[in-house]
Design a protein around this ligand. Structure first.
Ligand code: DUC
Ligand code: ZN
Ligand code: ZN
Length: 468
């Protein structure tokens, strides 16, 4: 059935006007004023609401094995949670397993993602860089539409690759239309600091932050940028949290190098003080990189203003605080005796749009256009999804969010749709709320009602990445 969204305030990264949108066959067909349609068209009134392109979150870990741990959301639950938060597209991380082809990693990921309720693309995490896997990267790019590859400079023995492997993968990505994504922290020095802290009996969650100092994020970011420059790849620094890292990105961008970066809501709104929460609650905030102090936060807001940060994504990597009945062996409780055993990751996929709207638009004076840009348009452009995704125009997918910019509400884990048993933002009051969500023209969220279904999300073969 065709859909008409009428009388809304349509805001994209560049437009802001009142109008009606007619969606048919999943695609925006007509935009105009006072469009008249037949009785066979489902009509929604968006008076008083913002009509925004569906959010795009390019950093999630659904049903993901991370060392001995596994994230708690399936694609079904994680994407439903995303949809309630106004996000209609995810790019999720799948990974190569040591000794296996990354193509096998993608096949396994496809089995898991069949339950997705919104559209999903994949980044590939490269662990085992050799002649065959480098050749497989080209197949992933050209045949499978996987046009971004993540490599870790942290977690020695688990995910980290050395600089030589990093450089080889960067060269293949750069030469074949793909972008390299980097987890930039100096893993070997962190390993020394963690070991020393544990030996000294420093076991509380707060030592997660002190053993991963910002200078090590700055160092790795600088190193990644210089290697990318030599390899000729566009680079995307994921989950940037530190002023030193942003300074390296800014310096490179000022020189005209294609370096891009994202940050996440938790780095914009929370600080390392949250690790001090009583009753082991600090463990909820153990993600990597760790939360920093206000000085870094100011830098991140500066970066969003000056476009040295282009994207806000979530790094949704959910591990329950308490043991849960989902057959998961690992919760945050695993690290009750030592911060070094707390699974690294936190949820966020459902709260990104309201938090950023409230924090950025209402409190930091960001324009609504820029809000759309950092949460939808820029991710689409950077990761080869534009113009199908990331805007509202004739011919784009009918992925649309009706958003009330004035509704005040309180974030509560109990009201969210992920399997996770907490939110980083429990009790936080925000202004701005997702009211309805359309995926390719179909209303999947209507207030608190779920109208979508598992399996309706489509796989997104992506085009060239990092060439904006
Ligand atoms: N990096 C991520 O991107 N996600 C979870 C853990 C990590 O270190
Ligand atoms: Zn990472
Ligand atoms: Zn991540």
């Amino acid at each position: 059935m065709a859909t008409l969204i009428r009388n809304g305030r349509i805001v994209t990264a560049v437009d802001d006007y009142s109008g009606d949108i007619l969606i048919d066959n999943g695609v925006v067909q007509t935009i105009g004023r006072n469009l008249s349609v037949g009785a066979d068209v489902q009509v929604y009134d968006a008076s008083g609401l913002l009509v925004l392109p569906g959010g795009i979150d390019v950093h999630t870990h659904l049903d993901w094995e991370f060392g001995p741990t596994q994230t708690v959301d399936t694609f079904g639950t994680g994407t439903k949670s995303a949809a309630f938060g106004g996000t209609t597209t995810l790019i999720d991380f799948c990974n190569q397993t040591m000794g296996q082809s990354p193509l096998t990693g993608l096949e396994n990921w496809h089995k898991r993602r069949e339950s997705a309720c919104v559209d999903v693309g994949a980044h590939m995490i490269m662990l085992d860089v050799n002649a065959q896997s480098l050749a497989d990267m080209k197949t992933l790019i050209q045949r499978e539409g996987v046009t971004s590859f993540k490599l870790f400079m942290a977690y020695p023995g688990v995910l980290m690759v050395d600089d030589g492997a990093l450089f080889k993968a960067m060269r293949v990505a750069g030469g074949n239309g793909a972008m390299t994504c980097i987890h930039a922290e100096n893993g070997q020095v962190i390993q020394v600091l963690v070991q020393e802290a544990v030996e000294q009996g420093l076991r509380a969650p707060k030592y997660h932050a002190t053993t991963r100092p910002s200078i090590l994020e700055g160092e790795a970011t600088h190193r990644a940028i210089r290697l990318a420059e030599l390899a000729g790849t566009p680079l995307y620094i994921v989950h940037l949290s530190a002023g030193e890292a942003l300074a390296a990105v800014t310096e490179a961008r000022d020189r005209g190098i294609p370096i891009h970066a994202e940050t996440c809501p938790h780095y914009l709104f929370l600080t390392a003080e949250d690790y001090e929460r009583p009753e082991f609650e600090g463990a909820k905030y153990v993600m990597t990189p760790p939360l920093r102090d206000h000085h870094h936060q100011h830098q991140l807001w500066r970066g969003l203003r000056t476009d040295d940060l282009q994207v806000v994504s979530t790094d949704h990597c959910p591990f329950c605080f308490n043991e849960q009945p989902y057959g998961m062996k690992y919760s945050k409780r695993q690290g009750v005796d030592s911060f070094s055993k707390i699974p690294n990751g936190a949820p966020g996929v459902e709260t990104r749009l309201p938090l950023i709207f409230d924090g950025a638009v209402r409190k930091h004076g960001m324009s609504i256009n820029r809000f759309v840009e950092i949460t939808s348009t820029a991710p689409a452009k950077l990761f080869g999804l534009f113009p199908k995704k990331g805007s509202i125009a004739v011919g784009t997918d009918g992925d649309i969010v009706l958003f009330d910019p004035n509704e005040q509400w309180t974030i509560r884990a109990a009201e969210q749709h992920s399997r996770i048993d907490y939110t980083l933002f429990e009790g936080r009051q925000v202004t701005g709320r997702v009211k309805k969500v359309f995926l390719r023209g179909q209303c999947i969220v209507d207030g608190q009602n779920w109208l979508g279904r598992e399996g309706m999300g489509q796989y997104l073969r992506r085009g060239e990445a990092g060439r904006v």
